[in-house]
Design a binder for this molecule. Structure first.
Ligand SMILES: Nc1ncnc2c1ncn2[C@@H]1O[C@H](COP(=O)(O)OP(=O)(O)OP(=O)(O)O)[C@@H](O)[C@H]1O
Length: 289
């Protein structure tokens, strides 16, 4: 169980990167959604004890961040950007991280590394140099390093940006497997990343928590806010592009989807919201609040 109470962070001379965030989550995967600059990385770095909050409290399984050694034993962290020496093989890299994490028994270490390589489906590439890995393979190796030592809590920061669709699906499946008996916090700005496997969602915007709840609750934020209209190319050229969330060419013209509290153009008809519509409607409402 992770309990975050009134957490705020301001960088030197900066605005609030986090402002009075309170949140609680337990086993399973929680998706942390938010646009660029929302404060996701700041929150994750604080939870990983790499950054101190300006104010507020965090407890993981009852232990406060003020006891960083104990917290670090409990968590695995996959940062948004991480460096792996390209000359190392995947197995050597994991061996190095395991040694850094204090797993001193060499046999236990090698056994754990083989188990993790199999879990992330990298056993065939394990003895090849990391410079030959694809982006998705590096991310899976990143997850393997985060899981060394079997941490109870896994913190993963925007892991799928830059991955192709196939790698993204593979990576999501790996995370879903890991989240069965663990607490996983996954940050992303890609709604599809959390669609299939997160039990709970937290949405952040400009440093604040703007919603927590289930996928269905996030989707419901789009209720009454989604409209569609078929437009000719000339009509389409005249509308504000920012009001349109997607377009599709149909035989009658361009089918435009809008997020708007009222019908955005004449002839627009109401549509059912998707999860992404709910998220966009929530952000739009927050922007205008
Ligand atoms: N080291 C820093 N010094 C000053 N300001 C920072 C620093 N790191 C982040 N910020 C600011 O804090 C705010 C939150 O940034 P953060 O990286 O936590 O957001 P994010 O949600 O992870 O964004 P992204 O999706 O782009 O990674 C932003 O306004 C950012 O400019």
């Amino acid at each position: 169980m992770i309990t975050i109470e009134h957490l705020s962070k301001t960088y030197r001379k900066g605005a609030w990167a986090l402002l009075d965030v309170s949140l609680q989550f337990d086993k399973g995967m929680t998706g942390l959604l938010g646009p660029n600059g929302a404060g996701k990385t700041t929150l994750m770095r604080i939870l990983s004890t790499l950054l101190s909050p300006t104010s507020g409290q965090v407890r993981m399984n009852g232990i406060s961040l003020g006891r960083p050694e104990e917290i670090r034993q409990m968590i695995g962290y996959l940062p948004q950007h991480f460096h792996i020496y390209p000359q190392l093989t995947g197995r050597d890299y994991l061996d190095y991280v395991a040694a850094m994490k204090g797993i001193t028994d060499r046999n236990a270490r090698l056994k754990e590394i083989s188990r993790l390589l199999e879990m992330v489906n990298l056993q065939e590439k394990a003895d090849k140099k990391v410079r030959t890995y694809s982006g998705g393979m590096k991310q899976r190796l990143g997850i393997a390093q985060a899981l060394l030592g079997s941490p109870d809590v896994l913190i993963v920061d925007e892991p799928t940006s830059g991955l192709d669709p196939q790698e993204r699906v593979r990576f999501r499946n790996v995370l879903t497997r890991f989240s069965i008996n663990r607490t996983v916090l996954l940050s992303t700005h890609i709604v599809a990343d959390i669609e299939s496997n997160c039990r709970r969602i937290a949405v952040m915007n400009k440093g604040r928590l703007v919603m927590t709840g289930s996928l269905a609750e996030l989707q419901a934020c789009g209720q009454g806010q989604v409209w569609e209209a078929v437009m000719s190319p000339d009509e389409f050229a005249l509308i504000d592009p920012m009001s349109v969330v997607s377009t599709r060419t149909v035989p009658e013209g361009i089918l435009c989807r809008f997020i708007s509290p009222t019908a955005p153009v004449e002839g627009a008809f109401a549509a059912d919201p998707s999860l992404e519509d709910g998220y966009l409607a929530l952000l739009r409402r927050d922007r205008h609040a």
